[in-house]
Design a binder for this molecule. Structure first.
Ligand SMILES: Cc1cc2nc3c(=O)[nH]c(=O)nc-3n(C[C@H](O)[C@H](O)[C@H](O)COP(=O)(O)OP(=O)(O)OC[C@H]3O[C@@H](n4cnc5c(N)ncnc54)[C@H](O)[C@@H]3O)c2cc1C
Length: 445
């Protein structure tokens, strides 16, 4: 049977809408427990924002990607037997730009001693902060912004700018006034505690591995299937696709963004999820992805703007992403949520960052692309919402049998780790609630 066809007679237990990391993880976890699962993905291929595209033999993730080694995504990928191959960033001498000047970033004891970025007093303060970081308690910091916390503890000079850049680097938040201090500090603890991996072959290799495991768990993936409505009817869940196909299941997980989830369920305007979705501010970024035949300054493979929200990293220095010798560079601007930037203006700023770190790069250009407005995560963990704890739960009030998952759901982790953690929680709750229900065992109805 061709499982991409919609007209099968199989009666499934569970439907998952969305084939990004969250949907693939949730579907595989449920399939492994013997429940029959159908996954709908509107695009031609699953993967969502974790897809990698190949251009001139170069593998470009959709902007820069770093997988947290002590995060929930890697834990679940390993649990699901997905092979994860890659290496931590290989930065060379990392650079920081502050007040128009280039500095060596203090990322090791040696560079801390030699950098001209910080005064002796600031170097001592930074050492003391990094020593206290692993045991720093964050319970009282959910409703304080990371900007306020930084200013209170470190003022407004170079040290505060450096720590602000580290908060941006680990959370992608373009606006530190919208990032709760607890979320910023916890993410820094995870990053400095376990480092990150750049993945060989790009994040597509994670998608491909998950897809394979989903297949082995018996999950049916229906690509090019756009779900238009999800209804709870007499204790069952009915899904309708844009081609008019109707699937009836016991439970469903909506692993899509918050607006899509609200619209699929046709939630009333005063539903708490709709009100939250209206208030939330997405985390967004503009990216310039570049491949060069050689690096003009091979010793400098990582850079951050300290008083500008800019990032650059040579991902191919750690991960296999291109033929030998080709440098794959991701340049990014962390965008503030409530400002609209012109695509041309932001591209110029990204090119300027590349000019600074790798002057003359245009001579070695193999291929490039610009992604001026990317949704990194569907919501900031905002102080006014109580940080990560303010995100919606995986259950939807008033809609039994229906769960949501994604990087905007649940009180654990951020970014892909939040997508994975919420997928796991949704799968666990769904399986618990189905435990007493009879199994369909792929029966034909
Ligand atoms: C530039 C950038 C950099 C990032 N860097 C990092 C990083 O370094 N580390 C990290 O941990 N995370 C990072 N992330 C975040 C990470 O990529 C996401 O959190 C994660 O991929 C989200 O997975 P998801 O499954 O929740 O959502 P998605 O990947 O968005 O998947 C949702 C899927 O649902 C499908 N869909 C939507 N509506 C429907 C419908 N009605 N019917 C059928 N299908 C539907 C979509 O097509 C999509 O495939 C980054 C993201 C970006 C954009």
């Amino acid at each position: 049977m061709n499982h991409t066809e919609e007209n099968s007679d199989i009666r499934f237990d569970v439907a998952v809408v969305g084939g990004g990391l969250a949907g693939l993880i949730a579907a595989t976890l449920i399939g492994r427990q013997g429940r029959s699962v159908v996954l709908f993905e509107q695009a031609k291929q699953p993967g969502g924002r974790a897809q990698t595209t190949v251009k001139n033999d170069v593998r470009f993730n959709l902007g820069p990607r770093a997988l947290y080694q002590s995060g929930d995504a890697l834990r679940l990928l390993r649990k699901l037997n997905v092979a994860v191959q890659g290496a931590p960033p290989n930065a060379g001498i990392p650079l920081g730009y502050y007040q128009g000047r280039e500095y060596r970033l203090p990322t090791s004891l040696g560079s801390l001693l030699t950098t001209h970025l910080l005064s002796i007093r600031d170097k001592w303060k930074l050492t003391r902060f990094l020593k206290s970081l692993p045991s720093l308690k964050t319970e009282s910091l959910h409703r304080i912004s990371s900007l306020e916390w930084l200013t209170d503890h470190f003022g407004t000079g170079a040290l505060a700018s450096f720590l602000g850049a580290l908060f941006r680097l680990t959370t992608y938040a373009g606006d530190l006034s919208r990032l709760s201090a607890s979320a910023a500090i916890e993410q820094l603890q995870i990053a400095l505690g376990g480092n990150v991996l750049y993945i060989d072959g790009g994040w597509q290799s994670l998608v491909d591995g998950l897809r394979e495991q989903a297949h082995q768990a018996g999950v049916t993936i229906r690509s090019s299937s756009h779900v238009t409505a999800v209804e709870s009817v007499s204790g069952e869940v009915m899904l309708t696709t844009s081609r008019g196909f109707v699937e009836t299941v016991t439970s469903a997980i909506l692993a899509v963004g918050p607006d899509a989830a609200c619209s699929l369920l046709r939630l009333p305007a005063d539903h708490e999820l709709v009100l939250w979705a209206d208030r939330r501010q997405p985390v967004r970024a503009a990216c310039l992805d570049v491949a060069l035949t050689q690096l003009p300054r091979p010793g400098h493979r990582f850079a951050l703007g300290l008083d500008r929200p800019l990032y650059l990293s040579v991902h191919s220095a750690a991960a296999h992403l291109a033929p030998e010798g080709v440098a794959v560079i991701h340049v990014m601007k962390y965008l503030a949520s409530n400002t609209i930037e012109s695509a041309g203006g932001v591209e110029q700023e990204l090119e300027l960052m590349l000019d600074r770190v790798q002057p003359g790069w245009r001579t070695h250009l193999l291929t490039r692309r610009t992604l001026p407005l990317m949704t990194v995560a569907h919501s900031h963990p905002e102080p006014r919402e109580g940080g990560i704890n303010g995100r919606p739960a995986v259950t939807v009030e008033g809609y039994p049998g229906i769960y949501v998952a994604g990087d905007w759901v649940g009180g654990r982790s951020q970014l892909a780790d939040a997508a994975a953690a919420s997928a796991e929680t949704a799968a666990q709750l769904l399986l618990q609630s189905m435990d007493s229900a009879p199994r369909s065992d792929h029966q034909y109805v």
